[in-house]
Design a binder for this molecule. Structure first.
Ligand SMILES: [Fe+2]
Length: 401
């Protein structure tokens, strides 16, 4: 059985199945194996590992370890509690009304980021004005109805990761900023930075950037330079506001100083970089890559909750959960009626979303697609839990629009 345990409760003879909470570096190797001695425990702790999952069938058990199922349930209820307090995302226009505009903005943004990546590769200048206008478009669309752009962000193509990730991080930054009621000019700078936060990746050799597998420690060290390059590219192009430069240069810094490129600590990590880390990680871990399957949105939120504190800024993780809801757009959920559906819209002031019913769990087959607004008083169906689309071979993208 998999159980979660704090690193200081580890003992030689336990079998580490995976690392639950560490100084998050998405490319870092996860190590599996039996703990041989205290030295290994010390090394794990020094690497920033806080909690791990042990396999009690392959190694010794501990009364301090919590079964994984139990710890997941605990995280689920924590997320519900966080989302329930003060969640109210005003949507000024209907989803359908915003969707067409949002699609146009989304497509245009992908093209613009694509061009900027090419320009940066050739050492050419990036035109700030276009990105400023695009950031404005994002903020306006999210203000009108954030579900439209959020929905589009769930549709992805493995081969255009860098472009899509850049656009998605900017969308999510707009959503988070709207929830936090950030000053418009400041948010504008943050969203502009988000659009270009990973631009430095164009200077990373292709064989590392596109490696279809985990990076070696040496390769990862090269990869780590990308945020420094991002900062330098933006600094070279005159006029980029400082907050945008900080988003690009500091989005991998961590509060405990274990981030990169500078290992900034605590207050030295700017507010905009703290927000950028939250939205960057959410998008990165929910994305399908060549070498790993993306996490379902609700699972991603649980992992991020575990990373709060030394790594991610707790107030921004909580704000993000409130902003995107307990069942983010794109989540597959099981309803009490035995039907399963995809969350397509959040309802202002409610933790009950609008779900597109697609599947019968009782009959194990697809059903006629209908939309169900769970927040309506005459709707007596409710969400039981989130499901992993892979378990049912459901491709979310086929149904989201
Ligand atoms: Fe990055």
């Amino acid at each position: 059985m998999l159980k979660k345990i704090a690193v200081d409760k580890l003992k030689p003879g336990m079998y580490v199945a995976k690392i639950a909470v560490q100084g998050i570096s998405l490319h870092e190797h996860e190590r599996e194996g039996r703990i041989k001695d205290q030295k290994t425990i010390k090394a794990l702790s020094q690497r920033g590992v806080k909690e791990l999952y042990i396999d009690t069938e392959q190694g010794i058990d501990s009364p301090d370890a919590i079964p994984m199922e139990q710890s997941e349930k605990l995280l689920d209820s924590q997320i519900k509690e966080i989302a329930d307090i003060g969640q109210s995302q005003d949507q000024n226009v209907e989803f359908e009304q915003e969707f067409e505009k949002a699609s146009k903005i989304h497509t245009e943004a992908l093209g613009m980021v694509g061009h900027a990546l090419e320009a940066a590769k050739m050492g050419e200048m990036i035109e700030l004005e276009g990105f400023e206008n695009m950031a404005e478009n994002f903020m306006d669309s999210v203000k009108r109805n954030q579900n439209a752009l959020a929905c589009l962000s769930r549709i992805r193509d493995k081969d255009s990761y860098l472009m899509e990730h850049s656009v998605n991080v900017a969308v999510l930054m707009s959503v988070l900023g709207k929830h936090l009621k950030l000053d418009r000019t400041y948010l504008h700078h943050c969203v502009t930075g988000a659009l270009l936060h990973d631009i430095g990746k164009v200077l990373i050799p292709d064989k590392i950037l596109h490696k279809p597998g985990k990076l070696t420690p040496d390769e990862f060290n090269i990869m780590k330079r990308h945020s420094l390059y991002s900062r330098k590219i933006l600094e070279k192009n005159h006029g980029f506001p400082q907050a945008a430069i900080n988003v690009a240069g500091q989005h991998h810094e961590r509060l405990d100083g274990r981030g990169y490129p500078e290992g900034l600590k605590g207050d030295n990590v700017s507010q905009e970089a703290r927000m950028a880390s939250v939205v960057d990680i959410y998008d990165a871990i929910t994305a399908d890559r060549v070498y790993h399957k993306g996490l379902p949105p609700s699972t991603a939120l649980k992992r991020m909750l575990e990373w709060c504190g030394p790594h991610l800024d707790t107030q921004y993780v909580h704000a993000f959960i409130k902003a995107i809801g307990v069942y983010p757009v794109g989540s597959l959920v099981e309803l009490e009626s035995g039907l399963a559906g995809i969350v397509v819209e959040e309802v202002p002031g409610s933790i009950k979303p609008i779900v597109k019913i697609i599947y019968s769990l009782k009959q194990n087959n697809y059903v006629k697609v209908i939309k169900k607004d769970l927040s309506k008083s005459n709707c007596n169906d409710k969400i039981v839990k989130t499901l992993n689309p892979d378990d049912y071979r459901i491709n979310i993208q086929d149904f989201i629009l």
